[in-house]
Design a binder for this molecule. Structure first.
Ligand code: ATP
Ligand code: MG
Length: 410
């Protein structure tokens, strides 16, 4: 029996690093494989290379190469994990290959591609959750064949972090966005994009996500998160989580049924949706933990450590779910609202003494900002807690507004 857990890449907002720490506390060796350590250069304390017992640079998109390496070196693991969208499938294929717990690959393939996800829901006439009208395009000519209303949203079928997502108010804006997008071959994580885009009618209402864990042979809704986005690229700039009041009956059942429709029966899920009056409109299903420190917020507000559940499941342990607390936790991101070179930030000490402050993280500076197009363009974040949603949210916003940035060459 091996005592090693293999991490195929990680994420930069720290969930993967937290999982590594949990694995080590449980007495496992952490093995970390990456295509390129450069992807993690903005991380300081939680850098995967510092946490891992052993690291390897290998093409983490090349499953055959990884299988060959495992075979050649007679490697054995207790579990295999991935924390970013692009490595869920490679990690699941390796887990299956080594007869370890993991996702069913066809299920992952359907949700990882947003077009396949929408088509599967439509084909199966699943009505418990609504979808916006949508079309699929892969060329400028395809835009002419569409019959959607404006405003609409363009998004690549297989990217994340709001990369390539743009709200378009007119056909001209849509054409400009598609033209720009067609030039993008690979993303920040070295992932080769499929070059197909979904065009969806704009959903109105408030945006939320559901944080879910598969445990005791069923999907459990652990927390609901309300989301704030910024600008025409809908970059996520704030979240608050806890037991929010949602005007929808049987939300947990509806979401669980949605996941069953895709035969997902492993790990965690982060489902993004809007609520318009009493209707739920699906944005996307992520078959993984949420990013943006949401699992940390969930633990502060409910007491459930979703990351530990995911680590446990990878090694075939299920400890069940006990929601204990009824608090609220919030995160606000610092956005570079003026362009220029961000060289320094002040007011960190006062923020740390504020009631409800949990922690803050500022990316390595200097940072050169030209635009806010994706999550990669944010400057850092502050996490706070409170007894109500409003209290937690207000504290995080106050704290983020106290940061004083020095910007040059604006
Ligand atoms: N049809 C839509 N109507 C309204 N807003 C939308 C729609 N589709 C996407 N958005 C907005 O754009 C954001 C990003 O879209 P989506 O989640 O599909 O892309 P993503 O790249 O996976 O983003 P992330 O990884 O940040 O969640 C959504 O959270 C939402 O705010
Ligand atoms: Mg999303």
């Amino acid at each position: 029996m091996s005592n090693k857990i293999l991490f195929i890449e990680t994420n930069t907002t720290g969930t993967g690093s937290e999982a590594m720490k949990i694995a080590k506390e449980k007495g496992y060796e952490v093995h970390f494989w990456t295509s390129d350590f450069d992807q993690y250069k903005t991380m300081e304390d939680n850098h995967p290379q510092k946490l891992a017992d052993e690291s390897l640079v290998i093409d983490t998109y090349d499953v055959d190469k990884m299988k060959e390496f495992i075979k050649k070196n007679h490697l054995n693991y207790s579990g295999i994990l991935a924390f970013d969208d692009y490595h869920l499938i490679p990690a699941a294929v390796l887990a299956e290959h080594l007869h370890l717990p993991g996702h069913q690959i066809p299920s992952l393939e359907k949700v990882r591609n947003k077009r396949k996800m929408r088509d599967h829901i439509r084909k199966n006439k699943f009505k418990q959750i609504s979808q916006p009208k949508y079309s699929v395009v892969s060329s400028m000519e395809d835009i002419e064949k569409m019959s959607l209303k404006y405003p609409c949203v363009i998004k690549p079928v297989d990217d994340s972090g709001s990369n390539g997502v743009t709200i378009c108010k007119s056909e001209e804006q849509l054409r400009n966005s598609l033209r720009k997008e067609m030039k993008r071959e690979i993303n920040e994580r070295g992932y080769q994009l499929e070059k197909e885009w979904l065009i969806e009618e704009l959903i109105v209402g408030k945006e939320f996500s559901a944080e879910m864990i598969f445990s005791n042979s069923k999907w459990n809704l652990i927390s609901i998160t309300e989301k704030e986005t910024y600008g025409s690229h809908s970059v996520e700039c704030g979240h608050v989580t806890g037991s929010l009041n949602i005007p929808v009956n049987n939300l947990q059942d509806k979401l669980a049924n949605l996941l069953h429709l895709f035969e997902l029966d492993f790990g965690s899920a982060h489902i993004e949706f809007f609520i318009d009056e009493n209707d739920v409109y699906l944005v996307e299903i992520n078959p993984r933990l949420a990013g943006d420190c949401i699992p940390e917020l969930v633990e502060i507000s409910t007491g459930v450590n979703m990351i530990e559940h995911v680590v446990n499941q990878s090694i075939a342990i299920d400890i069940g779910i006990q929601n204990k607390k009824r608090k609220y936790a919030s995160i606000q991101f610092a956005l570079p609202l003026t362009s220029g070179k961000y060289v320094a930030v002040k007011e960190k000490r006062r923020i740390k003494n504020m009631a409800g402050f949990i922690r803050m993280s500022i990316n390595k500076l200097p940072y050169h900002s030209t635009n806010i197009r994706s999550s990669y363009n944010r400057l850092g974040y502050i996490i706070t807690k409170g007894d109500s949603k409003e209290e937690a949210q207000k504290k995080a916003k106050e704290a983020i507004n106290l940061l004083e940035w020095s910007v040059v060459n604006g």
